[in-house]
Design a protein. Structure first.
Length: 377
């Protein structure tokens, strides 16, 4: 089958949506013919087969280009049965082309792209979800958000992100990695992700990590991430705020900040850390739709401590692959992390369970099979 994918979010841009859409395209190409229409790359990219990038910047230019390029591709290939949108933002583009050319309209929903608090965005993008043929939500929580927008339950499928388990589970020289990153003899807590406010990194440092180091003097918090680039919703300089919090708490020698690391280096940190943390916050205008980084930590055999919010409970099996605490319970976060860092037996057992769970439920082969079944690719 031929599939047309339209997505503003696409590699080499980095982020959760980009990760999902990029890997989905790679997997689908092994079984189907796939065309991708996306925005202009942030840097010069080599020519990519069947990837069409808007030659200009901006959403309006991208939208006009997507409609024109999509129409030309659909006219050329009557075998294309499905138009897949990478996020709710492109729903009107998908729907227009699908109705004009009598194709199936499918849109992925990730969380924030459903609830983004802009009246114009809600009218132009979100309201059209109810007219699509199928919506693919990344978690049960995101599916609930979609139903709140008037979409009928029967057209919603819940398909989580996948993870390339082999990349994270491969054998590694942990001692060498720790030496390279200056983590010898330290109990390491890791965070990976864009530094949006909802991630709660600053508050975790101020309210939890300061207490953790009192009980575990060799604790180290490693943060991999930067302010969100090319984001329409996150404008705060969270990196600057985090640096200020670290300095104010006197933790400069206990916290490592890595703004930009390649994928290989990030995988090494997953393999070398002791536990992963995602202290997400409650927000009225933002949400953690799933938490792909939690799957990546699990694939590396590491337990996660995270807040019970949004789609996170779909990613972490509480008490088995990690521990969930209520958002804002910083004492609970501190206590849980101290216990895991102090009890190697429990920590390793959780990591083993987490890794096995990935193979059973979140490998990309399984996720692709769900797309083929639920979306009828």
């Amino acid at each position: 089958m031929d599939i047309l994918i339209i997505s503003w979010n696409f590699p080499p841009r980095r982020g959760g949506i980009e990760y999902v859409v990029g890997h989905l395209c790679t997997g689908l190409r092994e079984r189907h013919s796939v065309w991708v229409i996306t925005g202009r790359a942030p840097s010069r990219q080599p020519a990519e087969e069947d990837v069409f990038r808007a030659p200009g910047s901006g959403l309006i230019f991208f939208s006009l280009y997507a409609l024109w390029r999509g129409a030309t591709l659909l006219l050329r290939s009557p075998k294309t049965k499905v138009i897949l949108g990478g996020s709710v933002m492109v729903a009107p583009l998908v729907l227009i082309l699908a109705r004009l050319f009598r194709r199936k309209a499918v849109v992925q929903a990730h969380g924030l792209d459903v609830i983004y608090r802009s009246r114009v965005y809600q009218i132009i993008c979100v309201r059209w979800l109810r007219f699509c043929d199928r919506i693919v939500a990344n978690s049960g929580y995101t599916a609930f958000l979609v139903t709140q927008k008037g979409v009928q339950q029967q057209i919603i499928s819940v398909i989580p992100p996948g993870v390339e388990a082999e990349s994270f589970a491969r054998a590694a020289n942990v001692d060498a990695i720790k030496k390279d990153f200056g983590l010898q003899g330290k109990r390491t807590i890791l965070f990976v992700g864009r530094l949006a406010k909802r991630k709660g990194v600053k508050e975790f440092i101020e309210k939890s990590f300061v207490e953790i180091v009192k009980k575990i003097p060799n604790a180290c918090f490693v943060v991999v991430g930067d302010n969100p680039a090319d984001s329409f919703t996150h404008r705060e300089d969270m990196l600057g705020q985090i640096k200020t919090a670290i300095f104010a708490a006197g933790l400069s020698n206990r916290v490592q900040l890595h703004r930009a690391l390649d994928d290989e280096a990030v995988v090494k940190l997953y393999q070398a850390c002791d536990v992963f943390v995602l202290p997400a916050l409650v927000s009225t205008n933002d949400t953690e739709g799933f938490g792909i980084v939690l799957l990546q930590a699990a694939a590396a055999g590491k337990p996660a401590v995270a807040t019970r919010i949004g789609g996170i409970p779909d990613a972490v099996e509480d008490g088995k692959s990690g521990i969930l605490v209520n958002p804002g319970d910083y004492e609970g976060l501190s206590q849980t992390l101290v216990e895991l860092l102090s009890n190697e037996t429990v920590r390793l057992a959780m990591g083993v369970y987490a890794q096995e769970r990935i193979g059973k439920a979140f490998s990309w082969n399984r996720i692709l099979a769900q797309y083929e079944k639920e979306v009828e690719l």
